[in-house]
Design a protein around this ligand. Structure first.
Ligand SMILES: NC(=O)c1ccc[n+]([C@@H]2O[C@H](COP(=O)([O-])OP(=O)(O)OC[C@H]3O[C@@H](n4cnc5c(N)ncnc54)[C@H](OP(=O)(O)O)[C@@H]3O)[C@@H](O)[C@H]2O)c1
Length: 228
């Protein structure tokens, strides 16, 4: 079935592979959002991919106001953008902490608020991409206090949104990813070799996003073979 699929954080890593995976089905229309629009326009050549510039770190509402009329109804929304700072806790600055929360939590919540009027009332699935670092009871790592606590907030938001929208056909779930070989992983764990590449993880997320809302809502799901 033809779907309108929105991927936020689409210019590289897992997000770019998500766009490629969805676009393989010519029935789908894929809407790709990130700061680096030049990169997205250079790497996505498919006719069913549409690129938009979006920076979750500032004035999210104002940016959506500029483009909302060009956007169709949303069937699937993947909140994949992420920001990671890896620093010992005493060295984290106010900017490090606030940027982590702005991009990983506040920007995500605001972008969902902006897109709510566009959600398909007959059925929409929002998938938040969190991390094993934000999953309660998982192994934790030094240096990731700002990142992992913000990802934990995204998990909590998923439960709260699902409760508030439980009488509607808008479903939200959260995937807590383990290690995937991307630039972000290299920043967090230099030299570590992940068991999965972004294409493999994108395969799982595309399938989950298109089907799981029939069975799950408000769930926080670990998707991890290993943790570094
Ligand atoms: N890789 C892993 O092992 C791993 C593990 C657990 C969770 N995750 C999560 O999975 C998601 C994807 O990770 P990844 O490894 O593929 O990361 P990545 O390679 O660093 O890509 C991050 C994406 O987010 C976008 N982004 C960053 N800041 C943004 C902003 N202010 N506004 C809009 N978009 C922004 C980037 O695009 P621009 O720079 O063009 O804006 C980029 O497309 C993240 O949420 C991450 O936390 C990854």
């Amino acid at each position: 079935m033809s779907k309108h699929i929105f991927v936020i954080g689409a210019s590289r890593g897992i997000g770019a592979e998500l766009v490629r995976a969805y676009a393989q089905n010519p029935d789908h229309q894929v809407y790709a959002f990130a700061r680096n629009i030049d990169l997205m326009e250079a790497i996505f050549h498919q006719e069913n991919v549409h690129c938009f510039s979006l920076d979750l770190s500032e004035n999210v509402e104002g940016q959506f106001a500029q483009m909302i009329d060009q956007l169709p109804q949303v069937d699937v929304l993947i909140e994949n953008a992420g920001y990671l700072v890896n620093k010992p806790f005493p060295n984290l600055t106010h900017v490090d902490i606030s940027t982590s929360y702005q991009i990983n939590v506040i920007g995500v919540m605001e972008s969902i608020q902006c897109l709510l009027p566009k959600m398909n009332p007959a059925g929409a699935h929002i998938v938040n991409i969190s991390s094993m670092g934000g999953f309660q009871g998982s192994m934790k790592f030094a240096g990731l206090a700002a990142y992992s606590t913000s990802k934990a907030a995204l998990c909590s938001f998923t439960e709260l949104f699902a409760e508030e929208y439980k009488e509607t056909n808008i479903k939200m779930n959260c995937l807590c990813l383990g290690a995937v070989q991307t630039e972000m992983l290299e920043q967090a764990f230099p030299g570590y070799q992940a068991p999965l590449n972004p294409i493999q993880m994108a395969e799982f997320i595309t399938d989950f996003s298109l089907n799981a809302q029939r069975y799950l809502n408000g769930k926080i799901i670990p998707v991890s073979l290993t943790n570094p």
